[in-house]
Write a protein that binds this ligand. Structure first.
Ligand SMILES: [Zn+2]
Length: 377
């Protein structure tokens, strides 16, 4: 019996938690250096930690083709988004150094393949649009024209933006295991948590052993609430409203791709590697603008056979406070009309906070709103 099975936690995707950390090689100075974008550095770090298990490096052509066309790796294992490294020309050697934008060497890549790709096809299949106004498509279209594939060995990890929240999959798994959890639900967010999402996380937690609040702290759009402000919001919310022995909070180091449905699958698979058996998928998960239907990120899970992913998605409706019910509810559980529901648009909430006014306590915990008001000052 292997160690993973002994914990009773879900197995990593593909069965083994990958570890691509290693020693700094002696011949670093003799190798060609390739500079990664901050998104590619995020991917590299997730390859190092096993967050992208079973991937051991940037994708080769067979995996890439399988993912783009069939949402599967060449092995047949489900996988929803390319994890690729774009370069302008093929390197000369069989090993290259990968460095961040500041020029700091982070890893060595063993060159396996260099191949061209069709940006438009990748946009159509992965983002379901070729509109350059879509932030993911915009990034894709601006990329270098070739993908460089190969296994990586990461000898210098980037400093985490929030060291106190930095946990690799092996560490979240150990944390769950210490607490005696087997069933753990993961919650992805890139926003402050208001009452609606607090409700979803707690509904999910009612049915499992523990909750992983896993906010994404990699690159997001400039108009998303900054990660530092969000982290403070999570702190005050957890301090006041969640039992500490049932919740682990940690940062998810990925950059947002805004690929909606496919990103929901990708997010779920990553959380499986972190040890989650369940994953919350709300409305318009990882969406942007109106590129995706409200339920597309839930429906896409039906493209795989049941249990093929391993991790179980938990689908939720939009939640609200209902004055007639006297509780949080969703259209699934409340028979009353909109007049009874406390609903505020994102724009309205922002106006209130910018004016220094607290939104209704039925919408947002005052402690959370105070943090946001301070941030808008
Ligand atoms: Zn009601």
């Amino acid at each position: 019996m292997n160690v993973v099975a002994a914990t009773g936690l879900i197995e990593p995707h593909g069965g083994t938690l990958v570890d691509r950390t290693g020693e700094r090689p002696d011949d670093l100075d003799s190798l060609e250096t390739i500079t990664l974008t901050s998104r590619e550095v995020s991917d590299l770090d997730m390859l190092a930690s096993g967050a992208l298990s079973p991937l051991e490096g940037f994708m080769g052509k067979a995996d890439y083709e399988g993912v783009v066309e069939e949402m599967r790796l060449a092995s047949g294992l489900p996988w929803a988004l390319p994890v690729c490294l774009a370069v302008d020309k093929a390197p000369e050697g069989d090993r290259v150094v990968l460095a961040d934008e500041a020029g700091r060497p982070l890893a060595v890549l063993e060159v396996d393949d260099v191949y061209g790709y069709d940006r438009q096809r990748e946009a159509e299949t992965c983002f379901r649009t070729t509109d350059k106004a879509h932030p993911g498509v915009e990034r894709l279209y601006a990329q270098h024209p070739l993908y460089l594939a190969g296994r990586v060995t990461v000898f210098d990890r980037p400093e985490p933006a929030f060291p106190e929240l930095a946990m690799d999959p092996a560490q979240t798994r150990a944390a769950f295991s210490e607490r005696g959890w087997r069933r753990v639900v993961g919650f992805q967010t890139r926003n402050p948590i208001h009452r609606a999402h607090e409700y979803l996380t707690k509904c999910a937690l009612e049915t499992v052993d523990g909750l992983l609040i896993h906010p994404l702290v990699g690159d997001t759009k400039s108009d998303d609430v900054p990660a530092a402000t969000r982290v403070e919001c999570y702190r005050v919310l957890l301090d006041g409203y969640y039992p500490p022995d049932r919740v682990v909070i940690s940062a998810f180091p990925a950059a947002m791709r805004y690929a909606g449905p496919r990103e929901a699958i990708w997010h779920a698979i990553c959380r499986k590697n972190f040890g989650c058996s369940h994953f919350i998928v709300g409305r318009d998960h990882a969406g942007v603008g109106d590129y995706y239907g409200t339920y597309d990120a839930q429906l896409i899970f039906d493209d795989y056979e049941p249990h093929e992913l391993g991790i179980e998605p938990m689908f939720f409706e939009h939640a609200f406070w209902c004055k007639a019910c006297g509780s949080m509810a969703t259209p699934k559980t409340c028979p009353h009309g909109g007049d009874d529901h406390v609903f505020l648009s994102g724009t309205k909430v922002r106006e209130l906070l910018e004016a220094g006014e607290l939104p209704p306590a039925e919408f947002s915990r005052p402690e959370v709103a105070e943090v946001l008001i301070d941030a808008y000052k």
